[in-house]
Design a binder for this molecule. Structure first.
Ligand code: SF4
Length: 262
């Protein structure tokens, strides 16, 4: 018995090294995702042509009333942007005027207290939530930024209440950077035409940053916003007379071939 055990022990087959299991193949990426053309979007030459026509037909930064001089104070600009969420321009302006009549610096604004801030900004709606955000913004500026509003996108977006849209608006209007800020008009126009193919405004902004020609970055926001107000309306876009309709993805998908469509 002992001998048999000994024999069995000495003749045991050494354990084979474990064969690594084969991993399931990874799902293949959408080929368009690895290029600069998102699926369904215009190609680079078409994007360039679309911006060329927008430049030729729409007023740019210098021809519009709004510009960096309107918001020379970065703190006021950041607060205005925070207050503009879901508020009409006229109501936002009233709220900003009320608030800055009481305090003009982060320290002074914190001295007001949340209720007083909320009362001042009541015209722009969501005032309790926005009052809390303003206090958090002031605290972050004091504690983390030496009371200076950051000039770069990452710094701005690190502030409470400031998302990508606000950051780009502050960069463009206050710091005079060549940035195409994406508001509701810009988002709609870009994704109808196919300049971008994105489901959120932040994704639109990211794609625009990659896709817009360099020469279009300074005035692009202004061309797109004017085009969205004058031609590519939210409810009833003027497609038949639109100077982009031969390029527009939305038009070719929904309107081309209809009687009267050019
Ligand atoms: S064709 Fe119509 S949907 Fe397309 S950009 Fe022009 S107005 Fe907008």
């Amino acid at each position: 018995m002992t001998a048999r055990l000994r024999t069995a022990k000495t003749t045991a087959t050494p354990r084979e090294p474990a064969v690594p299991k084969r991993r399931a193949p990874r799902p293949r990426k959408d080929p368009a995702a690895s290029t600069d053309t998102p699926t369904g979007a215009l190609d680079a030459a078409e994007v360039e042509e679309a911006f060329r026509r927008l430049r030729d037909h729409m007023p740019g930064r210098t021809a519009t009333a709004k510009g960096p001089k309107d918001q020379p104070d970065p703190f006021r600009s950041a607060v205005s942007c925070l207050l503009s969420a879901q508020s009409r321009d006229v109501n936002t302006a009233a709220a900003v005027d009320n608030l800055f009549a009481l305090a003009t610096t982060p320290d002074a604004m914190l001295m007001l207290g949340e209720d007083e801030i909320a009362r001042a900004i009541r015209p722009c709606g969501l005032y309790n939530m926005k009052a809390r955000s303003i206090r958090r913004l002031c605290t972050a500026l004091i504690e983390e930024h030496d009371r200076v509003v950051p000039q770069d996108r990452a710094g701005l977006m690190s502030l409470p209440g400031i998302g990508r849209k606000c950051a780009d608006i502050v960069m463009s209007f206050t710091f005079d950077e060549d940035v195409i800020a994406v508001d509701t008009h810009v988002d709609r126009v870009c994704n109808r035409t196919g300049i971008t193919a994105a489901k959120t405004a932040d994704r639109t902004a990211e794609q625009l940053e990659r896709r817009a020609p360099d020469w279009a970055r300074r005035d692009g926001h202004f061309w797109l916003i004017q085009f969205g107000k004058a031609v590519c309306h939210a409810r009833k876009p003027a497609c038949d007379s639109c100077f982009l309709n031969d390029l527009c993805r939305w038009f070719s998908a929904t309107r081309a071939g209809e009687p009267g469509a050019s």
